[in-house]
Design a protein around this ligand. Sequence first.
Ligand SMILES: [Zn+2]
Length: 324
Amino acid sequence: MIFGHQKIRDQLYHAIETDRIVGAYLFVGMPNVGKETIALNFAQSINCLDYQIDRAERRGACQKCLSCRKMGDGNHPDFETIRPDGTSIKIDQIRQVQSRIIFRPIEGKRKIYLFTEAERMNLEAANCLLKTLEEPPAESTLILIVNNIDALLPTIRSRCQILHFQPMAIADLAQVLVQQFGLSHDRAVAISANSQGAIGRALTLCQDGQHTEIDQIPEILTTTDRLSAFRIAEALSQEPEQLDTLLTWYRDLLMLHQRVDPQLLIHAHHLEKLQQIMRHYSRRHLQLAIETIFETKNRIAHNVNATLAIEVMVFNLLPRVKSN
Ligand SMILES: [Zn+2]
């Protein structure tokens, strides 16, 4: 079963049903948001032997036929996934694809090549792939998956149909976790907030049983100790994606300051503690904190030294004596 991304799925199903599948797609979005799952489902739907056309809930691949099962198991001769070999996708991997893509599909209607982490193609590999993108062989489709579209050559981007994957709203994702996986409301909200609406990350958190720890109030909200600040900065630079989680806490504090209905807080079940913490912050400080986190995310995305950027950020975030 697939959750979310209804518009994108409808667009892809429509392409199949109207025979307008293009030669190259580019799936863009944050990690674990569901790009690879949708890509696999699209590939299965293209070659499914029992495509479900007019059943709203079950449109697309049947998931039961031989073709669907082979693709799901990773052993369909017309479906290949190319992942980085070590740290990058190398020219040899592209050449191997090119030597096979010219032949007609063996069992299915189309050959599908899925490139995960396509931004990790080195320049040589990217230029080599460009030749295939310029003239994609008939009956073949390439799907390139990237977290960051800016890391891809513009010449590659311009030859793909681009689909942007958005994270789910925290409340919607929480609802899925409650309804489909039987989580309690509080735990579902905590996991959704921690995963920033990325369903893949949420499902991993559900499975690995770490959910007791993921919704603790971050130490940075309460510490004034500059030595702890270094430790916090170091932990954050190991996991810069935690900056998104941090944002949710500062947003909650700011909302409390603005006397928004506490029901609307992401971390509503920590209301009492958050109200105490909020007293140590001015509204201005919280606004600046949110700006600083965004700025830091931006700097890291542009390859500024993450450890240094995060250290500076942490010292700017530390609570001070309230001034207004
Ligand atoms: Zn099928």
